[in-house]
Design a protein around this ligand. Structure first.
Ligand SMILES: *Cc1c(COP(=O)(O)O)cnc(C)c1O
Length: 463
C-alpha cells in the first residue's frame, strides 16, 4: 500500500479506511492546477474547458468515455525536461506510458528520444518518423525478431537484460554486419516506491542483472568480448511514482561503483549511464512532485560527486520519464449512469467505462481525483466511489472521492492525470470498446487514436 496517511474528518472517520484522503475539499467546483493539465480551466459561468474547448461540447462530439490530451501541456513538459537536462544529457520518453504516432511526432519535434519495449512500440515509433538513432529498445525478453528489426533499423541502443540476450544481440548484429550499441541493465538493490525507498543487498525481480554477487560485472566482461557489440554504458531503473531523489542517489553511487570496477579491470571508461524513469506526478492534491529542473540538478550533482570520488570522467547521463511527461496531460471524461447510495457507507457512482480504460486502481490501488465538470454545484460533498460497468467488484476508478450530493445520471465527471498507463494498459474486458484519445490545442480537437468499434472486435474474432 503506497498511500500516505491522512486523518479522516470525524464525519467520515467510521467509513474511511486509514491512510485515506482528508476531509472534503473546501470547494468541490475548484480544479486544482496540480492535478489538471495546464489549459484546463473553469470560467466564471462554471464551464470547464480544455485547450479553450467546452468539455460538454467535447463529450457531444467525441462521446464518452474518452481521454482528452492537452498537446500544449505535453510539449511544455517535453521542453522542461529537455532544458533541465541540457545538451550534455539525453531525455528518453518511455513510450509504454502512452504511444501514438502523433505523440512520436511531438517528441521528435521537441528533441526528445524514445524508449520502446516491444516490436509494436518500435514500429509505431518508426512509422511516425522518429530517427532510429534516437530510439532505445528495452525489455527483459525481446524476441529474436524484435532484436533483428531494431538492429536493422539502426536503433541508437539496445538495453540488454540477460546473459542470453548479450549473445543474441551480438549474433544478430554480426550477421547484419553491424556493431550494435548496447547498455547493460543492472539492478542496483534499490526499491523505490513513492515516498520511501529501500536499499537492499539484492533484488528479487525479473529485470536486469544484479550488481550484488557480480553478475553485472560478468555481463560487462562478456559484452566487451563480443565483436557485434559496442558496450556504451550501464542502465538502472529503480521504480515508479517516486517523489524524491534519495533512491537515485544510492543507484547512482552503485552504478558509478561498477564503472570504476570496469575501468580497473578492463582499462575502459564506459561513456554513458542511464538512471531510468519513475518520477512521480500529482494524482491528488496531496502529491507534491519535484519539477524537472530540481530533478536534473539533483541527479547531475549526485553523478558528478560520485564520479569525482571514483576518479572517473562524468559519463553522459540519460533519464527516461514516461509518466512525468504524459501523465498530467490528459483526463478521462465519463458520463454518470447510476448513483447508488448505501446508507451509512458511501455512494457508488457508476460511469460508462472503468477498469478497461483505467486498470491502475484495481492493479496498484492507485489514487485518483475526480470532479463534476458539466456544471457547478453548491450541494454538500458526498463520499463517493467511482466505479465502472464491468463484471468485477474490483472495477474501481476512484476509490474514495467527494462529489456533490446532487450528482445525477447524465452528469459528466472527469478523472485527471490519466495520460500515463491508462490507454496504454486499456483492455477489451467485457468486450468494451477502448476509448479514443483526443488531442486538444488552441481551440481545436483532433482524434489521435480513434474509438474502437464492434467491427474492430469482430474482425479479430474469425468465427
Ligand atoms: C517504465 C520504465 C520507465 C518509465 O517509468 P515512468 O514511471 O513512466 O517514468 C523508464 N525506464 C524503464 C526502463 C522503464 O521500465
Amino acid at each position: 500500500m503506497s498511500r500516505s496517511a491522512h486523518p479522516a474528518g470525524p464525519r467520515y472517520a467510521d467509513v474511511l479506511p486509514e491512510g485515506h484522503h482528508p476531509a472534503p475539499p473546501a470547494d468541490l467546483n475548484a480544479l486544482d492546477p496540480r492535478v489538471w493539465s495546464r489549459t484546463v480551466a473553469r470560467d466564471a459561468a462554471g464551464t470547464v474547458t480544455v485547450g479553450g474547448l467546452d468539455v460538454g461540447h467535447l463529450a457531444e462530439e467525441f462521446g464518452t468515455p474518452a481521454y482528452f490530451l492537452d498537446e500544449d501541456d505535453f510539449r511544455a513538459r517535453c521542453r522542461a525536461w529537455r532544458e533541465a537536462f541540457g545538451p550534455d544529457a539525453d531525455v528518453f520518453y518511455a513510450g509504454k506510458a502512452f504511444l501514438s504516432r502523433a505523440v512520436v511526432r511531438w517528441l521528435a519535434e521537441e528533441e526528445l528520444n524514445l524508449d520502446v519495449c516491444s516490436g509494436g512500440e518500435l514500429s509505431t515509433a518508426l512509422a511516425a518518423g522518429m530517427p532510429a538513432e534516437r530510439i532505445a529498445l528495452h525489455g527483459n525478453n525481446k524476441s529474436t525478431e524484435e532484436i533483428t528489426r531494431a538492429v536493422e533499423a539502426g536503433v541508437g541502443r539496445i538495453v540488454v537484460d540477460s546473459f542470453q540476450e548479450i549473445v543474441r544481440v551480438a549474433h544478430i548484429a554480426q550477421k547484419a554486419g553491424k556493431r550494435q550499441r548496447v547498455q547493460i541493465r543492472v539492478t542496483v538493490g534499490v526499491e523505490a516506491h513513492t515516498h520511501e525507498f529501500i536499499a537492499t543487498a539484492h533484488e528479487d525481480q525479473k529485470f536486469g542483472l544484479p550488481l550484488a554477487g557480480g553478475q553485472a560485472a560478468e555481463a560487462v566482461r562478456r559484452a566487451l568480448k563480443l565483436d557485434g557489440l559496442e558496450l556504451v554504458g550501464v542502465h538502472s531503473h529503480i521504480g515508479s511514482q517516486i517523489f524524491d531523489t534519495s533512491g537515485f542517489e544510492v543507484a547512482a553511487r552503485r552504478v558509478v561503483g561498477l564503472l570504476a570496477e570496469v575501468r580497473d579491470e578492463h582499462g575502459v571508461e564506459l561513456p554513458e549511464i542511464d538512471l531510468g524513469g519513475g518520477l512521480g506526478i500529482a494524482y491528488t492534491s496531496e502529491d507534491d512532485p519535484r519539477e524537472p529542473h530540481e530533478i536534473a540538478t539533483a541527479l547531475r550533482a549526485i553523478v558528478e560527486r560520485e564520479c569525482a570520488a571514483a576518479g572517473l570522467a562524468v559519463p553522459r547521463l540519460s533519464v527516461e520519464p514516461g509518466r512525468a511527461i504524459v501523465g498530467p496531460t490528459a483526463f478521462t471524461l465519463y458520463e454518470v449512469g447510476t448513483v447508488k447510495e448505501l446508507p451509512g457507507l458511501r455512494t457508488y457512482v457508476s460511469v460508462d467505462g472503468g477498469m478497461s480504460d483505467n486498470i491502475r486502481t484495481a492493479l496498484y490501488d492507485a489514487d485518483y481525483s475526480v470532479a463534476l465538470v458539466s456544471r457547478t454545484s453548491t450541494a454538500e460533498p458526498m463520499l463517493s466511489r467511482v466505479v465502472g460497468k464491468h463484471c468485477e467488484s474490483g472495477d474501481i476508478v476512484v476509490r474514495d472521492a467527494f462529489l456533490p450530493a446532487d450528482l445525477a445520471p447524465g452528469d459528466l465527471i472527469a478523472v485527471p492525470a490519466t495520460g500515463a498507463y491508462c490507454r496504454s494498459m486499456a483492455s477489451n474486458y467485457n468486450h468494451a470498446l477502448r476509448p479514443p484519445v483526443v488531442a486538444v490545442k488552441d481551440g481545436t480537437a483532433r482524434v489521435i487514436v480513434r474509438r474502437e468499434t464492434e467491427e474492430d472486435l469482430l474482425r479479430l474474432d474469425v468465427g
